[in-house]
Design a protein around this ligand. Structure first.
Ligand code: TLP
Length: 365
Protein backbone atom coordinates (compact mmCIF):
# COMPACT_ATOMS: atom_id res chain seq x y z
CA UNK A 1 0.00 0.00 0.00
CA UNK A 2 1.34 3.42 -0.89
CA UNK A 3 1.77 6.51 1.26
CA UNK A 4 1.36 6.85 5.00
CA UNK A 5 -0.45 3.56 5.49
CA UNK A 6 2.54 1.50 4.28
CA UNK A 7 4.60 2.38 7.34
CA UNK A 8 2.05 1.13 9.84
CA UNK A 9 2.72 -2.56 10.23
CA UNK A 10 5.35 -3.21 7.60
CA UNK A 11 8.68 -4.45 8.95
CA UNK A 12 11.50 -2.28 7.61
CA UNK A 13 12.63 -4.97 5.19
CA UNK A 14 9.21 -5.82 3.74
CA UNK A 15 8.27 -4.69 0.25
CA UNK A 16 5.22 -2.49 0.69
CA UNK A 17 3.00 -4.02 -2.01
CA UNK A 18 3.24 -7.47 -0.37
CA UNK A 19 2.14 -6.21 3.02
CA UNK A 20 -1.52 -6.03 3.89
CA UNK A 21 -1.90 -3.41 6.58
CA UNK A 22 -5.44 -2.15 6.81
CA UNK A 23 -8.81 -3.73 6.64
CA UNK A 24 -10.37 -0.79 4.87
CA UNK A 25 -14.13 -0.64 5.35
CA UNK A 26 -14.44 3.10 4.73
CA UNK A 27 -15.90 2.71 1.25
CA UNK A 28 -16.01 0.55 -1.86
CA UNK A 29 -14.21 3.44 -3.58
CA UNK A 30 -10.91 2.27 -2.04
CA UNK A 31 -10.39 -0.80 -4.25
CA UNK A 32 -7.16 -1.01 -6.24
CA UNK A 33 -7.20 -2.03 -9.91
CA UNK A 34 -6.77 -5.79 -10.38
CA UNK A 35 -3.74 -7.16 -12.31
CA UNK A 36 -6.09 -7.81 -15.25
CA UNK A 37 -7.19 -4.17 -15.18
CA UNK A 38 -3.62 -2.92 -15.00
CA UNK A 39 -2.68 -5.05 -18.01
CA UNK A 40 -5.68 -3.79 -19.98
CA UNK A 41 -4.81 -0.21 -19.03
CA UNK A 42 -1.22 -0.64 -20.20
CA UNK A 43 -2.34 -2.12 -23.52
CA UNK A 44 -5.38 0.10 -24.17
CA UNK A 45 -5.82 1.56 -27.63
CA UNK A 46 -6.26 5.31 -27.17
CA UNK A 47 -7.06 8.50 -29.06
CA UNK A 48 -8.29 11.99 -28.25
CA UNK A 49 -11.72 11.54 -26.69
CA UNK A 50 -12.61 15.23 -27.01
CA UNK A 51 -12.51 14.53 -30.77
CA UNK A 52 -14.49 11.32 -30.15
CA UNK A 53 -11.42 9.34 -31.28
CA UNK A 54 -10.65 7.12 -28.32
CA UNK A 55 -11.69 3.62 -29.40
CA UNK A 56 -11.67 2.23 -25.86
CA UNK A 57 -13.86 5.02 -24.49
CA UNK A 58 -16.20 4.58 -27.44
CA UNK A 59 -16.43 0.85 -26.74
CA UNK A 60 -17.15 1.44 -23.06
CA UNK A 61 -19.87 3.98 -23.89
CA UNK A 62 -21.45 1.60 -26.39
CA UNK A 63 -21.35 -1.33 -23.96
CA UNK A 64 -22.87 0.74 -21.13
CA UNK A 65 -25.72 1.81 -23.42
CA UNK A 66 -26.28 -1.83 -24.45
CA UNK A 67 -26.23 -3.15 -20.89
CA UNK A 68 -28.86 -0.58 -19.84
CA UNK A 69 -30.78 -0.98 -23.15
CA UNK A 70 -30.56 2.74 -23.85
CA UNK A 71 -29.49 4.78 -26.85
CA UNK A 72 -26.23 6.24 -25.59
CA UNK A 73 -23.80 6.69 -22.71
CA UNK A 74 -21.08 9.12 -21.67
CA UNK A 75 -17.88 8.35 -19.75
CA UNK A 76 -17.35 10.89 -16.96
CA UNK A 77 -14.52 11.20 -14.43
CA UNK A 78 -16.72 10.97 -11.32
CA UNK A 79 -20.19 10.15 -10.15
CA UNK A 80 -20.55 13.67 -8.79
CA UNK A 81 -19.85 15.16 -12.21
CA UNK A 82 -22.28 12.68 -13.77
CA UNK A 83 -25.07 13.74 -11.41
CA UNK A 84 -24.29 17.41 -11.99
CA UNK A 85 -24.38 16.98 -15.76
CA UNK A 86 -27.79 15.34 -15.51
CA UNK A 87 -29.20 18.08 -13.29
CA UNK A 88 -27.87 20.69 -15.71
CA UNK A 89 -29.36 18.98 -18.77
CA UNK A 90 -32.77 18.44 -17.18
CA UNK A 91 -33.19 21.78 -15.41
CA UNK A 92 -33.21 25.53 -15.93
CA UNK A 93 -31.53 27.87 -13.46
CA UNK A 94 -33.93 28.53 -10.60
CA UNK A 95 -35.54 25.08 -10.73
CA UNK A 96 -35.93 22.88 -7.68
CA UNK A 97 -34.68 19.30 -7.53
CA UNK A 98 -36.66 16.99 -5.24
CA UNK A 99 -34.42 14.43 -3.53
CA UNK A 100 -34.28 12.33 -0.37
CA UNK A 101 -32.90 14.29 2.60
CA UNK A 102 -29.92 11.93 3.14
CA UNK A 103 -29.24 11.64 -0.59
CA UNK A 104 -25.69 11.93 -1.92
CA UNK A 105 -26.62 14.64 -4.42
CA UNK A 106 -27.77 16.88 -1.55
CA UNK A 107 -25.16 16.09 1.11
CA UNK A 108 -21.88 15.10 -0.52
CA UNK A 109 -21.56 16.97 -3.81
CA UNK A 110 -20.40 20.36 -2.50
CA UNK A 111 -23.79 21.93 -3.36
CA UNK A 112 -22.80 21.76 -7.03
CA UNK A 113 -26.41 21.67 -8.18
CA UNK A 114 -26.75 25.19 -6.70
CA UNK A 115 -23.25 26.54 -7.22
CA UNK A 116 -22.94 25.38 -10.83
CA UNK A 117 -26.33 24.26 -12.19
CA UNK A 118 -28.25 27.10 -10.47
CA UNK A 119 -30.81 24.76 -8.88
CA UNK A 120 -32.27 24.54 -5.42
CA UNK A 121 -32.40 21.13 -3.74
CA UNK A 122 -35.78 20.30 -2.22
CA UNK A 123 -34.87 17.55 0.25
CA UNK A 124 -37.69 15.36 1.53
CA UNK A 125 -37.52 13.26 4.73
CA UNK A 126 -38.53 9.62 4.51
CA UNK A 127 -37.25 7.82 7.62
CA UNK A 128 -36.14 4.65 5.86
CA UNK A 129 -34.55 6.34 2.83
CA UNK A 130 -37.18 4.98 0.43
CA UNK A 131 -38.53 7.99 -1.42
CA UNK A 132 -42.13 7.26 -2.46
CA UNK A 133 -44.61 9.18 -4.59
CA UNK A 134 -46.55 10.24 -1.46
CA UNK A 135 -43.39 12.00 -0.18
CA UNK A 136 -42.73 13.64 -3.52
CA UNK A 137 -46.15 14.87 -4.57
CA UNK A 138 -46.59 17.46 -1.77
CA UNK A 139 -43.12 18.87 -2.59
CA UNK A 140 -43.97 19.61 -6.24
CA UNK A 141 -44.45 23.34 -6.74
CA UNK A 142 -47.69 24.64 -8.21
CA UNK A 143 -47.31 25.97 -11.72
CA UNK A 144 -47.55 29.63 -10.72
CA UNK A 145 -45.09 31.95 -12.39
CA UNK A 146 -43.91 33.60 -9.16
CA UNK A 147 -43.06 30.30 -7.46
CA UNK A 148 -39.83 28.34 -7.96
CA UNK A 149 -40.60 25.51 -10.37
CA UNK A 150 -39.84 21.84 -9.80
CA UNK A 151 -37.45 20.78 -12.55
CA UNK A 152 -36.43 17.26 -11.57
CA UNK A 153 -36.93 14.37 -9.20
CA UNK A 154 -33.64 12.71 -8.28
CA UNK A 155 -33.68 9.18 -6.80
CA UNK A 156 -30.80 7.12 -5.35
CA UNK A 157 -30.54 3.34 -5.74
CA UNK A 158 -29.00 1.85 -3.69
CA UNK A 159 -29.33 4.56 -1.06
CA UNK A 160 -25.91 5.02 0.46
CA UNK A 161 -26.52 6.69 3.83
CA UNK A 162 -29.77 4.78 4.35
CA UNK A 163 -27.50 1.71 4.64
CA UNK A 164 -27.31 0.60 1.02
CA UNK A 165 -31.11 0.19 0.86
CA UNK A 166 -32.58 -0.97 -2.43
CA UNK A 167 -35.34 1.16 -3.88
CA UNK A 168 -38.07 -1.33 -4.80
CA UNK A 169 -38.62 -1.34 -8.56
CA UNK A 170 -42.39 -0.88 -8.23
CA UNK A 171 -41.84 2.23 -6.05
CA UNK A 172 -39.37 3.65 -8.55
CA UNK A 173 -41.63 2.82 -11.52
CA UNK A 174 -44.64 4.45 -9.87
CA UNK A 175 -42.64 7.63 -9.21
CA UNK A 176 -41.62 7.74 -12.87
CA UNK A 177 -45.18 7.18 -14.16
CA UNK A 178 -46.69 9.84 -11.91
CA UNK A 179 -43.84 12.29 -12.51
CA UNK A 180 -44.15 11.87 -16.27
CA UNK A 181 -47.92 12.55 -16.06
CA UNK A 182 -46.92 15.85 -14.41
CA UNK A 183 -44.33 16.57 -17.09
CA UNK A 184 -41.39 16.02 -14.71
CA UNK A 185 -38.24 14.06 -15.53
CA UNK A 186 -36.68 11.54 -13.12
CA UNK A 187 -32.92 11.12 -12.68
CA UNK A 188 -31.42 8.09 -10.96
CA UNK A 189 -28.20 8.35 -8.96
CA UNK A 190 -27.45 4.72 -9.63
CA UNK A 191 -23.88 4.79 -8.29
CA UNK A 192 -24.41 1.24 -6.96
CA UNK A 193 -27.16 0.00 -9.26
CA UNK A 194 -25.38 -3.31 -9.86
CA UNK A 195 -25.63 -3.95 -6.11
CA UNK A 196 -29.37 -3.24 -6.31
CA UNK A 197 -29.73 -5.55 -9.32
CA UNK A 198 -27.81 -8.29 -7.48
CA UNK A 199 -30.04 -7.96 -4.40
CA UNK A 200 -33.19 -8.03 -6.53
CA UNK A 201 -32.02 -10.78 -8.89
CA UNK A 202 -32.95 -8.59 -11.88
CA UNK A 203 -31.00 -6.88 -14.65
CA UNK A 204 -29.92 -3.24 -14.35
CA UNK A 205 -31.92 -2.52 -17.52
CA UNK A 206 -35.11 -3.85 -15.94
CA UNK A 207 -34.77 -1.89 -12.69
CA UNK A 208 -33.95 1.40 -14.41
CA UNK A 209 -36.21 1.22 -17.45
CA UNK A 210 -38.56 4.09 -16.54
CA UNK A 211 -36.11 6.75 -15.37
CA UNK A 212 -35.02 9.44 -17.81
CA UNK A 213 -31.32 9.48 -16.96
CA UNK A 214 -28.97 7.19 -15.09
CA UNK A 215 -25.57 7.83 -13.52
CA UNK A 216 -23.72 4.69 -12.41
CA UNK A 217 -20.21 4.27 -11.03
CA UNK A 218 -17.50 1.94 -12.28
CA UNK A 219 -15.28 2.99 -9.39
CA UNK A 220 -17.35 1.64 -6.48
CA UNK A 221 -18.21 -2.04 -6.01
CA UNK A 222 -17.27 -2.82 -9.61
CA UNK A 223 -13.67 -2.01 -8.70
CA UNK A 224 -12.44 0.33 -11.48
CA UNK A 225 -9.91 2.92 -10.33
CA UNK A 226 -11.71 5.88 -11.95
CA UNK A 227 -14.92 6.66 -13.77
CA UNK A 228 -18.67 6.73 -13.97
CA UNK A 229 -21.22 6.63 -16.80
CA UNK A 230 -24.24 8.72 -17.70
CA UNK A 231 -26.83 6.77 -19.68
CA UNK A 232 -29.90 8.04 -21.54
CA UNK A 233 -31.31 9.04 -24.92
CA UNK A 234 -28.92 10.14 -27.65
CA UNK A 235 -29.99 13.84 -27.51
CA UNK A 236 -29.64 13.80 -23.70
CA UNK A 237 -26.12 12.38 -23.92
CA UNK A 238 -25.11 14.87 -26.62
CA UNK A 239 -26.24 17.75 -24.37
CA UNK A 240 -24.44 16.05 -21.49
CA UNK A 241 -21.25 15.95 -23.56
CA UNK A 242 -21.36 19.76 -23.86
CA UNK A 243 -21.70 20.19 -20.09
CA UNK A 244 -19.00 17.58 -19.39
CA UNK A 245 -16.60 19.80 -21.35
CA UNK A 246 -17.91 22.96 -19.67
CA UNK A 247 -17.29 21.41 -16.23
CA UNK A 248 -13.73 20.48 -17.15
CA UNK A 249 -14.40 16.79 -17.72
CA UNK A 250 -13.36 16.51 -21.37
CA UNK A 251 -10.60 13.91 -21.06
CA UNK A 252 -8.11 13.11 -23.81
CA UNK A 253 -6.49 9.62 -23.98
CA UNK A 254 -9.00 8.38 -21.43
CA UNK A 255 -8.93 4.89 -22.94
CA UNK A 256 -6.40 3.91 -20.27
CA UNK A 257 -9.18 4.47 -17.72
CA UNK A 258 -11.99 3.12 -19.89
CA UNK A 259 -10.05 -0.16 -20.33
CA UNK A 260 -10.32 -0.81 -16.59
CA UNK A 261 -13.93 0.36 -16.70
CA UNK A 262 -14.76 -2.22 -19.37
CA UNK A 263 -13.44 -5.02 -17.18
CA UNK A 264 -15.41 -3.65 -14.22
CA UNK A 265 -18.58 -3.56 -16.32
CA UNK A 266 -18.21 -6.92 -18.05
CA UNK A 267 -16.66 -9.08 -15.36
CA UNK A 268 -17.31 -7.71 -11.91
CA UNK A 269 -21.11 -7.58 -11.47
CA UNK A 270 -21.24 -11.31 -10.55
CA UNK A 271 -18.72 -10.68 -7.75
CA UNK A 272 -21.03 -8.33 -5.85
CA UNK A 273 -23.07 -11.12 -4.25
CA UNK A 274 -20.00 -12.02 -2.19
CA UNK A 275 -19.71 -8.44 -0.94
CA UNK A 276 -23.33 -8.66 0.19
CA UNK A 277 -22.65 -11.90 2.08
CA UNK A 278 -19.66 -10.30 3.81
CA UNK A 279 -21.82 -7.32 4.80
CA UNK A 280 -24.52 -9.64 6.17
CA UNK A 281 -21.96 -11.54 8.26
CA UNK A 282 -20.62 -8.27 9.67
CA UNK A 283 -24.15 -7.03 10.40
CA UNK A 284 -25.05 -10.23 12.24
CA UNK A 285 -21.93 -9.93 14.39
CA UNK A 286 -22.49 -6.22 15.06
CA UNK A 287 -26.10 -6.82 16.10
CA UNK A 288 -24.82 -8.99 18.99
CA UNK A 289 -22.96 -6.14 20.68
CA UNK A 290 -24.89 -4.32 23.40
CA UNK A 291 -25.42 -0.69 22.45
CA UNK A 292 -25.01 -1.19 18.68
CA UNK A 293 -28.23 -0.65 16.75
CA UNK A 294 -28.43 -2.49 13.46
CA UNK A 295 -30.96 -4.96 12.09
CA UNK A 296 -29.19 -7.44 9.78
CA UNK A 297 -32.44 -7.74 7.82
CA UNK A 298 -32.00 -4.12 6.71
CA UNK A 299 -28.55 -4.85 5.25
CA UNK A 300 -29.55 -5.68 1.69
CA UNK A 301 -26.30 -4.88 -0.12
CA UNK A 302 -22.70 -3.95 0.79
CA UNK A 303 -23.24 -0.98 3.14
CA UNK A 304 -23.83 -1.05 6.89
CA UNK A 305 -24.93 2.10 8.71
CA UNK A 306 -25.34 1.66 12.43
CA UNK A 307 -25.92 3.61 15.62
CA UNK A 308 -23.23 3.19 18.30
CA UNK A 309 -24.55 5.71 20.81
CA UNK A 310 -25.36 2.98 23.35
CA UNK A 311 -21.78 1.63 23.45
CA UNK A 312 -20.24 4.36 25.59
CA UNK A 313 -18.14 5.58 22.64
CA UNK A 314 -19.06 8.18 20.06
CA UNK A 315 -18.72 7.15 16.43
CA UNK A 316 -15.49 9.19 15.93
CA UNK A 317 -14.02 7.63 19.11
CA UNK A 318 -14.89 4.16 17.92
CA UNK A 319 -13.46 4.90 14.51
CA UNK A 320 -10.17 5.98 16.18
CA UNK A 321 -10.04 2.82 18.34
CA UNK A 322 -10.61 0.61 15.31
CA UNK A 323 -7.93 2.43 13.38
CA UNK A 324 -5.36 1.78 16.14
CA UNK A 325 -6.04 -1.92 15.56
CA UNK A 326 -5.87 -1.85 11.78
CA UNK A 327 -9.55 -1.47 10.83
CA UNK A 328 -10.71 1.62 8.97
CA UNK A 329 -14.36 2.70 9.19
CA UNK A 330 -15.87 6.17 8.98
CA UNK A 331 -18.15 7.99 11.39
CA UNK A 332 -21.02 9.68 9.55
CA UNK A 333 -22.08 11.76 12.57
CA UNK A 334 -21.44 11.57 16.33
CA UNK A 335 -23.72 8.53 16.72
CA UNK A 336 -23.51 6.74 13.41
CA UNK A 337 -20.86 4.68 11.65
CA UNK A 338 -20.66 3.25 8.17
CA UNK A 339 -18.84 0.14 6.98
CA UNK A 340 -18.69 -0.91 3.34
CA UNK A 341 -17.58 -4.28 1.98
CA UNK A 342 -15.87 -4.62 -1.39
CA UNK A 343 -13.52 -6.65 -3.58
CA UNK A 344 -10.43 -5.88 -1.50
CA UNK A 345 -11.75 -7.19 1.83
CA UNK A 346 -11.87 -10.96 2.14
CA UNK A 347 -14.04 -13.15 4.34
CA UNK A 348 -10.98 -13.58 6.60
CA UNK A 349 -10.65 -9.80 6.84
CA UNK A 350 -14.26 -9.62 7.98
CA UNK A 351 -13.58 -12.21 10.71
CA UNK A 352 -10.53 -10.20 11.79
CA UNK A 353 -12.62 -6.99 11.85
CA UNK A 354 -15.15 -8.80 14.08
CA UNK A 355 -12.33 -9.85 16.47
CA UNK A 356 -11.18 -6.22 16.61
CA UNK A 357 -14.75 -5.08 17.31
CA UNK A 358 -14.80 -7.55 20.22
CA UNK A 359 -11.73 -5.79 21.64
CA UNK A 360 -13.19 -2.29 21.41
CA UNK A 361 -16.91 -2.74 22.07
CA UNK A 362 -18.66 -3.85 25.26
CA UNK A 363 -18.98 -7.65 25.30
CA UNK A 364 -22.34 -9.38 24.83
CA UNK A 365 -23.74 -10.42 28.27
N1 TLP B 1 -19.93 8.15 -2.44
C1 TLP B 1 -18.75 8.15 -1.60
C2 TLP B 1 -18.70 9.40 -0.72
O1 TLP B 1 -18.80 10.53 -1.48
C3 TLP B 1 -19.75 9.43 0.37
C4 TLP B 1 -18.74 6.91 -0.76
O2 TLP B 1 -17.69 6.64 -0.17
O3 TLP B 1 -19.77 6.21 -0.68
N2 TLP B 1 -23.70 8.87 -5.66
C5 TLP B 1 -23.58 8.05 -4.60
C6 TLP B 1 -24.78 7.33 -4.12
C7 TLP B 1 -22.34 7.88 -3.99
O4 TLP B 1 -22.25 7.09 -2.93
C8 TLP B 1 -21.22 8.58 -4.49
C9 TLP B 1 -19.87 8.47 -3.81
C10 TLP B 1 -21.40 9.40 -5.60
C11 TLP B 1 -22.66 9.55 -6.16
C12 TLP B 1 -20.28 10.24 -6.18
O5 TLP B 1 -19.30 9.49 -6.79
P1 TLP B 1 -17.82 10.10 -6.97
O6 TLP B 1 -17.11 9.86 -5.66
O7 TLP B 1 -17.26 9.30 -8.10
O8 TLP B 1 -17.96 11.54 -7.30
Amino acid sequence: MAGKASTKTAPATARAPQVKEWIDLRSDTVTKPTPEMRRAMAEAEVGDDVYGEDPTVNRLEQRAAEVFQREAALFVPTGSMGNLICVRVHCDHGNEVICESRGHIFNFETASMSAIAGCLPRPVETGDGILRWEHIEPAIRPKVYYRAQTGLISLENTHNIAGGRVLPTEVQDEICERAHERGLPVHLDAARIFNAATALGKSVAEITRKVDSIMFCLSKGLGAPVGSMVVGTRPFIERGRVFRKMFGGGMRQAGVLAAAGLIALEKHPPLLARDHQKAKRLAEALAEFPGVRIDPKDVETNILVFDVSGTGSSAPELSAKLKQRGVLANAIDPKTMRMVTHLDVSEDDIEQAIRVLQEVLPRPA
